[in-house]
Design a protein around this ligand. Structure first.
Ligand code: GLA
Length: 705
């Protein structure tokens, strides 16, 4: 049944959303009350009686309980005796607490979209809830908006509140740190709540706003799971609560008390949700596709992602034109297609203590401006990108000396990397940054910005994030062909809100391929290859001190949007050769890989982190099996593939079998030959790979015959 048609029992209002085959969401309300999600999961038959579902979903009442269990509605209301966290907390303009109670006003929808309007006449409030189910990506997008007929103070507004499954023992949310992004936390469900709140004012390494709830027995490749992502860069709050009666709720929204002034309208960021019956990978694929195909806008759709060269770890602040030209020449010979000039080109930026905001080319380093370098780079066939950190200011800068009031926060605030944030809510500040950036972009042929954000805010304030978004949006309107990479000391600003405005994320400042292998693996729960930057770092990693072979470094970068960041002058002939070869392979394969799904494999050996990147049609794939540590057992355990056609036959080749060390003395067939086997065998027995050292990776190509 489509939305908008009252169904069956006159006292029940029901709606259902279907994404065209993978999930159904059923909402039902008693009379005029706010609806609850009474079903979310595998698709239901088209003729399911929703009124019966509503009645059958209700739980019993016994001693010590109210006479009816309060609704776990899309915005649980304290005034209706809801025993857990409410979905809305606000005060009137005079500071008095309001206790909203919403009643039905209007509905609109078509089975894949639904808009519900509820009003609280006594308090002059309107709550508008929107759902949109995408039949292609299988993501449901949900938002809540509150309108008030007079200014009110908002403490907390949850995006539409969802129930969490009962047949789940744990939840997975995401934390991390600098050089260690996307760490998955598993927390057991128990009575009470898990409350995560990011009050730093940016998405943060520590707080990627995502949650996956695996049902009992779920793995990467099988079982049921529910995925959530809140698309906002200003810091989120998440509540995962088990109520005293055993029901569970999930709430996402902006961090609480982010709104400084009373207002008449508040809206959550989009909450992206999905149900999977194909393990964690079902959630991952939905998020990857939705991000790549719906959220990111590509300036030149269809143009392959270029191989990057970024000079940061080669020269840091020490810019010299002859050296940069030499590096650019070598990078181009290795296969780079875009040269990104990192920090150090402006003001008097000889280290990280000064000059942020002084966005004028440093005439000491570039006496004839940037053009000699840009022209040289173009002459090598590469495009040119440049680093900015627009929202930031050093106290030691001309702009801070002229406008100390532009900085956000008190004079005695603790600095971060010797810098303050600018107050992005001030239109004058945004105009200033816009003018300086526009002058650089219009005066030069630049097609790429690495947009950094290297410190947390002195206090959370939603206006700051809205100001950043407005600035990016204005620049994008003026320079629609310029791509932007979101960086924040690596992966400190990664979310669908910023990716609505950018095309790439700098996943981590760690160019250590071993660490990167793990970070990429876990980030793939949400991020596709096309947006995930990954660079080949120096032989001895600058952030870990670890030395890794070029083959491992190159292949790990080739798993995502590939680039180089080492000083190419350090490469010996073998290293340069390997890097060239892997880069050439990446270029040959990038077009299909950019549209592929990243499927995490369930490795029987915890030392092996493996993934299968496969076209949507399933006719082609590549498996990366990274050996992150020495295995406990002596011989490699078979690696089972996933999502293949059991009846089909596949041609399988270990692409880099020449990397096999002398200590591999046996004759597993994949060491020397291509094999043709069924999907059933690949999924149920698995590949028997040759023995190898830790900190190496096997790259296996597959093709359906
Ligand atoms: C941050 C980024 C780095 C680099 C430096 C420049 O740390 O994450 O990649 O751009 O800033 O200062």
């Amino acid at each position: 049944m489509g939305a908008g048609v009252p169904h069956g029992h006159p006292e029940t209002r029901c709606w259902r959303l279907d994404d065209g085959g993978r999930q159904t969401l059923v909402l039902a309300a008693t009379g005029d009350r706010l609806p609850q999600v009474v079903y979310w999961g595998a698709p239901l038959p088209g003729d399911e009686d929703l009124t019966t579902l509503h009645a059958a979903h209700g739980i019993d009442v016994t001693g010590g309980m109210l006479d009816e269990n309060p609704d776990l509605s899309l915005c649980p209301e304290a005034v209706r005796s809801f025993p857990g966290q409410p979905g809305l907390i606000l005060r009137a303009g005079d500071g008095m607490q309001l206790l909203p109670k919403f009643c039905f006003e209007a509905e609109e929808g078509d089975g894949q979209h639904l808009i519900l309007t509820y009003g609280d006449v006594d308090n002059g409030l309107t709550l508008t809830i929107r759902f949109a189910a995408d039949p292609d990506t299988r993501i449901i997008t949900a938002t809540s908006r509150l309108d008030s007929d007079r200014p009110v103070h908002l403490h907390w507004l949850a995006a539409p509140v969802l129930p969490a499954p009962q047949h789940s023992g744990e939840m997975i949310d995401v934390s991390g740190r600098w050089c260690g992004e996307f760490q998955l936390n598993r927390t057991a469900w128990s009575p009470g709540l898990r409350y995560r709140e990011n009050r730093t004012g940016r998405t943060g390494h520590e707080h990627f706003p995502g949650l996956i709830i695996p049902c009992t027995g779920c793995t990467n490749t099988g079982g049921e799971a529910y995925g959530f992502h809140y698309g906002w860069s200003g810091g989120h709050k998440m509540i995962a609560e088990e109520l005293p009666d055993g029901r569970r709720q999930v709430q996402f929204g902006h961090a609480a008390r982010m709104e400084m002034k009373p207002a008449t309208r508040y809206e959550t960021a989009p909450l992206y949700i999905t149900y999977s019956a194909t393990g964690l990978n079902g959630c991952a694929v939905a998020f990857q596709r939705h991000l790549r195909d719906r959220i990111v806008s590509w300036p030149r759709p269809g143009k392959p992602r270029p191989v990057h060269y970024n000079c940061w770890e080669a020269v840091y602040f020490d810019h010299s034109l002859p050296v940069l030209k030499d590096i650019a020449t070598r990078a181009a010979a290795l296969g780079a297609e875009r040269f990104v000039l990192d920090d150090g080109w402006f003001g008097q930026r000889d280290d990280d203590t000064r000059s942020l905001s002084d966005w004028k080319v440093d005439a000491r380093k570039y006496p004839e401006g940037l053009d000699p370098l840009i022209d040289y780079v173009h002459g090598l066939g590469m495009s040119f990108g440049i680093w900015f950190e627009p929202e930031m200011i050093n106290p030691d800068s001309d702009i801070h000396r002229a406008h100390p009031d532009w900085a956000l926060g008190g004079e005695d605030q603790t600095l971060g990397r010797q810098q303050k944030a600018l107050n992005m809510a001030l239109p004058g500040v945004r105009d200033f940054i816009y003018d300086r950036m526009a002058a650089i972009l219009s005066g030069h042929e630049i097609d790429y910005i690495k947009w950094d954000h290297n410190r947390v805010l002195p206090m959370p304030d939603a206006d700051q994030t809205r100001g950043s978004y407005a600035l990016i949006d204005r620049l994008r309107r003026a320079f629609p062909l310029v791509e932007i990479e979101s960086c924040a000391s690596g992966g400190g600003r990664i979310d669908f809100g910023i990716l609505h405005r950018t095309q790439r994320v700098w996943l981590s400042d760690s160019n250590d391929a071993l660490e990167r292998l793990r970070i990429q693996h876990d980030a793939a729960l949400f991020l596709p290859m096309a947006v995930t930057g990954s660079h080949v770092g120096p032989r001895r990693c600058h952030t870990s001190g670890r030395s890794l072979d070029i083959s491992f470094r190159a292949w790990v970068a080739a798993q995502r949007h590939m680039g180089f960041e080492m000083d190419p002058r350090e490469l010996d002939p073998r290293e340069a050769h390997v890097l060239q070869q892997v880069t050439a392979w990446w270029k040959d394969n990038r077009i299909w890989m950019e549209g592929a799904d990243i499927l995490r494999l369930d490795s029987a050996d915890p030392a092996v982190l493996a993934e299968q990147q496969m076209t949507r049609e399933g006719d082609r794939f590549v498996v990366f099996a990274g050996k992150a540590a020495t295995s406990a057992q002596i011989s490699p355990r078979p690696l089972r593939l996933t999502a293949l056609d059991p009846q089909a036959r596949y041609r399988i080749t270990v692409l880099n079998r020449a990397d096999s060390p002398a200590l591999s003395r046996g004759t597993p067939i994949l060491k020397t030959e291509t094999i043709e086997v069924s999907g059933a065998w690949l999924m149920h027995h698995g590949l028997v790979l040759p023995w190898n050292f830790p900190e190496t990776i096997w790259v296996i190509e597959g093709e359906r015959l």
